[in-house]
Design a protein around this ligand. Sequence first.
Ligand code: DOR
Ligand code: ZN
Length: 445
Amino acid sequence: MSTTLIHNGRLIGADGVPAPGWVLIDGERIAACGTGEAAPAGADTCVDARGALILPGMIDAHVHFREPGLTHKATIASESRAAVLGGVTSYMEMPNTVPPTTTLRAVADKQAIAARDSAANYAFFLGASETNIGEIAALDPREIPGVKLFIGSSTGNMAVNSPEALEAVFSTARVPVMVHAEDDSIIAANAAAAREKYGNDVPVGEHPSIRSAEACLSAAKRAISLAKAHGRRLHIAHLTTAAETELIRGEELVTAEATPLHLLFDSGDYAALGSRIKVNPAVKSRADREALRAAVADGRIAAIGSDHAPHLADEKRGGSLKAASGAPSVQFALPVLLGLFPPAIVQARYSAAPAALFDIRHRGAIAPGNYADIVLVDECAPYTVGDADSASPCGWTPFAGVSLRHRVRDVWVNGTLTVSDGRLTGLTGAKPLRFDRPADPEKTA
Ligand code: DOR
Ligand code: ZN
């Protein structure tokens, strides 16, 4: 097996401060790593990482890659490449494809496509529906990261709202339940009021008044009480409000996620960016954004996920009631985050935390024995992102016009150099993600 030494780079130390360091890759794994300029000699290949941060590959627990059924927007092949170009070496993908991933058969179909096409390590959520409790009961917790539950409708209309079905999901799921929390009845009332005022052409800037903070809070409360009633792990996707960051304080069974889009933008940006930042739940006020940043910094929001959700530019046309919700974000999430937080926080929330929350061993940290999922990020002169930089075939990015100071240089996936100097090498070393849980935790508990 061949060895690669990455040296002269900077590793995040235990104190959170980047310090000179090196990493030795042997085959698929990290053989050794250390601090200081002096590194072991004799590796087959040496990579000079001068000027670069050495980070563990990011683990994105929230992406929509659109395959099967929506391949006019994107594919597992295209978006997994956008992911690695952005330093994301592992992803967990969402079930609102066509057909929806609400059966174990549909999960297996996605796994087969990924085994053939994916450039990054992969896993697929099982979606909850009003009627698929049998599938949720039968899932293998070592293969499926969690159950995705839409409390409230979003793209793909997978809402589960009946009290009986919600109780059944939480009483049955033996894996974390990841919830999209927005209350449909509140949204419907707000939408009716907006229609009354504007007719059918409601401006995009009204999106946060329709998909309001109250709608988020109401559904999040419902999810938390269900998780507590059944003693189940709840991970609340894409927090968007200050109120939710308060709601989760001290809740032991509950963790939460924020996205780069909600951390970077606020409602003042609709005027310039329009439907490019129209996502569900909506980008909210400046005060909400500040609260999200504070909660990411202090760890109340444990994890960052990109909620990468590509749509064609044409599908993003029309007002608040018509334009598709969602934006591609996986390719620039890491550089955007490094502009907002110290690298130690980014590494903790976007790599270590998803590994811990979903029981992934041997990833999420630079450590001997771990898989060699490694990213070199250059700290560079400011540059401005443009739509033409999008590796996703949708051909646009909500970060167009944003100035960044970090650039992903090289990426290894299980020891295979997949991105070199910012370009795909054509080599892939992706594997299915495995979750370190008993096959049936109920029986061994
Ligand atoms: O904005 C969103 N887009 N929110 C979701 O919940 C789904 C996603 C998508 O799939 O487009
Ligand atoms: Zn999503």
